[in-house]
Every structure is written in structure tokens, then in C-alpha cells.
Design a binder for this molecule. Structure first.
Ligand code: PLP
Length: 407
């Protein structure tokens, strides 16, 4: 364990980890089961095109989400695009800026304008009152994001949508297996989208799905993802190919088999982080509602620079020097990135404040209790002596610059 600032790798100490530890490293998988499923697909010579493994995967995801329809797609970004297309959205789509770029890009790709709306600083999700105020005659839909697996205020958003005749959808990429008031994520709004990217809690190498109780919408999306074959109505765009392969479904099913164990491990990791960082001024681990189910796939800390004297980005740099590859999920927020930054002048104070404070720390089934102890040791040392550390860092950098300029 490190005791002094000089022990930190940033100041020349040994790195805490010889090998990098990552946020979103794929969770452990039962290879024998995966290989059995792959062999079975090869034996059957059915590798894609709505095969038996993809159908089984869809049934299990629909079950978990408590909805009638699941359409498995090659990734969540394509699933979002297909949903936007099938729903025939136009004009403006209201969404949070504090999300992965794919939420905005999917809408933009289809020629619509993402309109970024501020969040409730307590949850990181869309503030329903601000959403109501952002609706214009051009608004066709609201896209909520269940950030880090904490569901949006779905009741309030459903009310705003109903009152204004605007449609409501959710990017649920973080939230499989989570509930809001006991109801599983998947059944809110008209449809929700899951991601099964390798870094997510359920992993299909690459994968996504649209889940919905709207049978026509599901049929429409399934057809569009398969070259438009079987569409009930004429469709100017033809169709595309965004199907999930049997290899991805084999991985997705095997990952779902492990889901309960992975969630148990994530929860235990999360509780350890909370215990080890408790009472550290200016650093908090974001909380989840323990009355609800959550997948605990993200451990997010908020770093208050005014209290710690330590800028979030300096903590990130010093963790990375220790081979702890923490991530700024999500910073900068979408409205600060192109192509959005130069197109609109969004005023989102809560988004900017939260975005400047957050850091995701490594968790998942490949992290040990000892790993977490060491990560917390670094965070504690750095945050408890933040001002001193920052001054020392600035001094060492001006020293470097001195050397460079004199050489
Ligand atoms: C991961 C993620 C996506 C994109 O998922 P892919 O399957 O990689 O396309 C979309 N939205 C959010 C919020 C995400 O975290």
C-alpha cells in the first residue's frame, strides 16, 4: 500500500499494478458452454438469418425485460437507428447530453436534430420539467437514457409525453436487469434499446436489441434489419442488414447464463468501493436505490475539486500512471462535442457540473478484492492530500518545461 505522495507512480514510484486494469473488461465466460453452442451452430450449418440461437436469445431478453417482443440487432447503435427510422421520427429529438455519443449520433445519422436537455443532478438522467420546457412544434420524440443503470423518472416522462403527444423511447444500454418501482427496464415508453457490446454487463461480442410491447413496431424493425423483407407497408428506404449472427447469440446466451453471478460480483465490488472510500471528504460513490434491482455494472465516483483540491483529470492521470485505466463516463458531454458543439448553444449547467466530476472505476467479474483495495488506497491518498499533490504536480511540470526550454 502507498503511504506518501512520493510512492505514486506519477512522481516516480512503482505502479500499483503490473498489468493494466480496465473499466468494461469483458466478464468471465464459461468457454465450454460457448464452444458447445458454437459447435451446435456449425453442426446445424445455420449461422445467421434469425437462427435458433438468436431466437432463444430474444426470448430470454424479452423475459428479463418483461415485454412481448425483442428484436436482436448487430449492435445497439444500429438498433437505435432502426428504431428512429421505423418510428418515422422527424425534426427534433430531446435527449440528455450526458450519454455515450451513439445516442445522439443515431438520431443525427437519420437527419434529425438531437436537442440536448439538462439533467436532474441527483440521478444524472433527464429532468422531466426541463424536457417539457424544451418541447417545440418540431419535437417528435424524447429519448431518455438510464444513465449508469439508474432508471429515468419514467412516470414523469411518460406524463410529459402523453400531455404533449410526443413519443417516448429509452436508450437502456446500461440498464438490463434494472427496475424502476419494481418494473423491469425494457417496458417503458414505446420501446427501449439494450447494448450487448463486449464492455457491457451482458456481452454478445457486439450486439443490441430493441424491446417493445408494440408488435407492429417490432415487426417493422425486424423487417428493416433484414433488407426490408416482409414489410407490411411501403418503405422508401428499402432496408438494411443489421441482424445478429448465431455466433453473437451464442455468446449472448452464455453471458446471460452468468448474469446473476456477474451482478452478485458487481454488487459486492460496488459495496467494497463504498466501504473503502467512505468518509473521504470530496469523494462519493454514486448510490443506487437498494429497493430496486440493479446490475451494478458501473462504479462511478464524483470528485469535488473544491473540497479535495484535486482536479478530476489529475486523479485520472495519476490512476492511469498506476495502470488503473479509469474512464470519464461521460466527459465531455455530447453538446461539447462535434458535430453538436458548433450547431447549438445549449445551456446545461447540471450536465456540465456532473460531467466534470465523474470517473468510472474498474469493476466486473475479473477484478479481485485486493485490486479494489489498491485502487481505493490510491484514491484515498490522492484525495486526502489533493492540494499538496496538485501543487507538486504543477511544480514538477514547470520543472520539465524549464528543462525543455533551456535545452
Ligand atoms: C454502449 C452504448 C451505446 C452503443 O452500444 P453499441 O452496442 O456499442 O452500439 C449506446 N448508448 C449508450 C448509453 C451506451 O453506453
Amino acid at each position: 500500500m502507498k503511504r506518501d505522495l512520493g510512492d505514486l507512480a506519477l512522481f516516480g514510484g512503482h505502479a500499483s499494478f503490473i498489468q493494466q486494469i480496465h473499466v468494461g473488461r469483458p466478464n468471465g465466460i464459461d468457454r465450454a458452454r460457448l464452444f458447445d453452442r458454437l459447435s451446435w451452430a456449425l453442426d446445424n450449418q445455420w449461422l445467421t438469418n434469425n437462427g435458433p440461437l438468436a431466437r432463444e436469445f430474444e426470448e430470454r431478453v424479452a423475459d428479463l425485460a418483461g415485454v412481448r417482443n425483442c428484436v436482436a440487432i448487430c449492435n445497439a447503435t444500429s438498433a437505435l437507428q432502426l428504431l428512429v427510422h421505423a418510428a418515422e421520427l422527424t425534426g427534433e429529438v430531446i435527449m440528455p447530453s450526458l450519454t455515450f455519443a451513439a445516442t445522439a449520433h443515431a438520431v443525427r445519422w437519420l437527419g434529425m436534430e438531437p436537442v440536448f436537455c439538462d439533467i436532474d443532478p441527483g440521478t444524472g438522467c433527464l429532468d422531466p420539467e426541463k424536457v417539457a420546457a424544451a418541447i417545440t412544434p418540431r419535437t417528435s420524440a424524447i429519448f431518455g437514457v438510464h444513465l449508469w443503470g439508474r432508471p429515468c423518472d419514467v412516470d414523469a416522462l411518460e406524463k410529459v409525453a402523453a400531455d404533449t403527444s410526443v413519443r417516448l423511447f429509452f436508450d437502456a444500454a446500461h440498464a438490463i436487469g434494472c427496475t424502476s418501482q419494481g418494473r423491469p427496464v425494457g417496458g417503458f415508453g414505446e420501446a427501449e434499446v439494450f447494448s450487448f457490446h463486449a464492455t457491457k454487463v451482458v456481452n454478445a461480442f457486439e450486439g443490441g436489441a430493441v424491446v417493445t410491447d408494440n408488435d407492429d413496431l417490432a415487426h417493422h424493425i425486424r423487417s428493416l434489419a433484414n433488407f426490408g423483407f416482409g414489410l407490411k407497408s411501403a418503405n422508401d428506404a428499402g432496408g438494411t442488414n443489421a441482424k445478429m449472427s448465431e455466433a453473437s447469440a451464442a455468446m449472448g446466451l452464455t453471458s446471460l447464463d452468468a448474469f446473476d453471478d456477474v451482478v452478485r460480483q458487481n454488487r459486492s465490488n460496488y459495496e467494497q468501493y463504498r466501504a473503502e472510500l467512505s468518509g473521504l471528504p470530496g469523494v462519493s460513490v454514486i448510490d443506487f436505490d437498494h429497493e430496486e434491482l440493479n446490475n451494478y455494472q458501473y462504479v462511478i465516483i464524483e470528485v469535488d475539486e473544491e473540497i479535495t483540491g484535486l482536479p478530476r483529470d489529475l486523479l485520472l492521470a495519476l490512476l492511469r500512471a498506476e495502470n488503473v485505466v479509469a474512464q470519464r463516463y461521460f466527459s465531455p458531454p455530447c453538446h461539447r462535442m462535434e458535430p453538436y458543439r458548433s450547431r447549438q448553444d445549449a445551456h446545461l449547467p447540471h450536465t456540465e457540473e456532473l460531467s466534470a466530476r465523474v470517473l468510472a472505476l474498474p469493476t466486473g467479474s475479473t477484478i479481485s478484492r485486493e485490486d479494489i483495495r489498491r485502487v481505493c488506497n490510491i484514491v484515498r491518498l490522492a484525495a486526502s492530500r489533493g492540494s499538496e499533490l496538485t501543487a507538486r504536480w504543477e511544480q514538477s511540470r514547470s520543472g520539465d518545461q524549464g528543462l525543455v526550454s533551456s535545452g
